[in-house]
Design a protein. Structure first.
Length: 491
């Protein structure tokens, strides 16, 4: 499944229906509306997101993730409504709202019980131009998914024009990042499709039980309430910050200067390996005793060294924190951050760089279990991620084999920051790489060069089983198990 902005999705013309959750819209008090006080705290990352949203002029606007996918038409609206309500009852985080008092800074929460939610069904005029649909969706999701108000999410269905040959209905969903993460977005298509089939055709949805993200926040706070400065995570991040003179790593190439007027970032999406070649790349990595993600990190490190001359690879990578079976099907922001840093100057072979990557991931992955905001509080420090590399293997997500037929895609909102984020997803179709970066000539040119170099490196590994390192990335040797040195523990 690709991960792109809404503008990169092929949106047809058609008739829009908005599906907006509500809790007792005519009630005069929160209790009568179905809201009940809830003393469970947020997760650390949710709280940090709320506080940064309050402090930002954008007030949480455009911090959403989402999904788009198709279902068979014609649309049975009563069944779709029942599916959405069942989905909201399934996920407690969709029936809860956390807020921060702007005067006192106190955090509080209210939660509605199962069955307390209704859905406003808002019918819009038919749009004869796809651009009208795009503009409507962009405005709706940007304005109505703020973490500072409930609901911080919405569904939209798009029925094709009568004259269109296709009878497929497109479903769009968006939610603020505070209540969903990247894996959550790939679960939405499967769950809504299954619940719709159950509501429409009495086909059992068969969904796994989902734990509550609210309970995850409680357990996370309990575990990390006391955090000493001698904790491994604190020491690891302190060393990482010191290595960068107090800053988190930046993209290895120039991305230009921030403009005076904030413009939306640019982006790209490319399939760098099909399924067969992704398997071949994975086999080449396993022959060195390592895994595919380490091979991709090694390729990124070599690409950066060849293009910039700097042999030290530094980045941050997200790691999921779904450490219990009941979190697997949950919706929430189950993500920690892992600092990665290794120098390939003395590498004798690409295989040894792959092993270095594995060693770093193995050593620092436990660090991601501790929320970064909690670490920074212990260090009395602050720094903003500037170069992030995310990897997800979603081949075994529920119904992943149907994503292509469903025209399914994960979506992200526009961003205005001066940073570079790269997402690499391994799907049933192969490996896709997406990126967002500043809308400058330098960033556009250099990010494309970087992705091109990555593609060239992995292609050579697939085609020959080796990659000859240039002089700047190490002495020229081939990738094979005998030249990797000591084998690190697999991630």
């Amino acid at each position: 499944m690709e991960f792109t902005e809404l503008a990169d999705y092929a949106i047809p013309a058609g008739t829009i229906t908005e599906w907006i959750p509500s809790v007792g819209p005519h009630a005069t008090t929160p209790v009568l509306a179905g809201w009940q006080p809830d003393n469970r705290p947020t997760s650390y990352v949710h709280e940090a997101h709320l506080r940064s949203s309050l402090a930002s002029p954008r007030r949480g606007r455009e911090s959403w993730l989402g999904a788009a996918f198709e279902i068979d038409g014609p649309l049975d609206k009563p069944a779709f409504r029942r599916a959405v309500l069942a989905w909201i009852d399934r996920h407690e985080s969709m029936r809860s709202h956390a807020s921060i008092d702007e005067d006192s800074g106190a955090l509080s929460r209210v939660t509605a019980a199962e069955g307390a939610i209704d859905v406003w069904q808002v019918e819009q005029e038919r749009c004869v131009q796809s651009s009208e649909v795009y503009e409507h969706l962009q405005y709706l999701f940007d304005e109505f998914t703020s973490p500072l108000a409930w609901p911080a999410y919405a569904f939209v269905t798009l029925e094709p024009l009568a004259e269109e040959a296709s009878n497929r209905v497109t479903v769009f969903f968006a939610a603020d990042h505070s209540i969903i993460d990247g894996l959550s977005t790939v679960l939405v298509a499967h769950e809504i499709t299954a619940l719709y089939a159950e509501a429409k055709d009495q086909v059992p949805a068969g969904l796994f039980e989902a734990g509550s993200y609210l309970d995850f926040g409680v357990s996370e706070r309990r575990v990390h309430e006391e955090l000493e400065n001698t904790h491994d995570a604190v020491l690891a991040w302190k060393h990482f910050l010191d290595e960068g003179n107090g800053e988190l790593p930046a993209f290895p190439l120039e991305i230009g200067r921030p403009g005076g007027v904030h413009a939306p970032q640019s982006g790209l999406s490319a399939w760098i390996l099909d399924a067969e070649r992704a398997d071949a790349f994975s086999v080449a990595c396993r022959k060195t005793g390592n895994r595919l993600f380490s091979g991709l990190l090694a390729a990124l490190a070599v690409a950066g060294a060849e293009l910039s001359g700097d042999t030290r690879f530094r980045t941050i990578t997200p790691v999921h924190t779904r450490d219990q079976p009941h979190w697997v099907s949950s919706l929430g922001w189950f993500v920690g951050l892992c600092p990665l840093s290794f120098d390939i100057a003395d590498a004798e072979a690409f295989g040894s760089i792959v092993a270095q990557a594995t060693e770093q991931v193995t050593a620092t992955k436990p660090v991601a279990r501790v929320p970064l905001d909690r670490v920074f509080r212990a260090l009395d420090a602050s720094a903003k991620p500037r170069f992030v590399v995310s990897f997800m293997d979603v081949r075994f997500a529920p119904m992943a084999e149907n994503w292509h037929d469903w025209n399914a895609r994960a979506l992200r909102s526009r961003q205005y920051d001066h940073d570079v984020y790269i997402w690499i997803n391994r799907t049933p179709r192969g490996i896709n790489i997406s990126a967002r970066y500043p809308n400058t000539e330098e960033a556009t040119s250099n990010v494309h060069q970087y992705v091109g170099a990555l593609r060239r490196i992995v292609d050579e590994v697939v085609d020959t089983g080796s990659y000859a390192l240039s002089g700047r990335a190490g002495r020229e040797r081939n990738l094979d198990a005998s030249s990797t040195g000591p084998i690190a523990t697999n991630q």
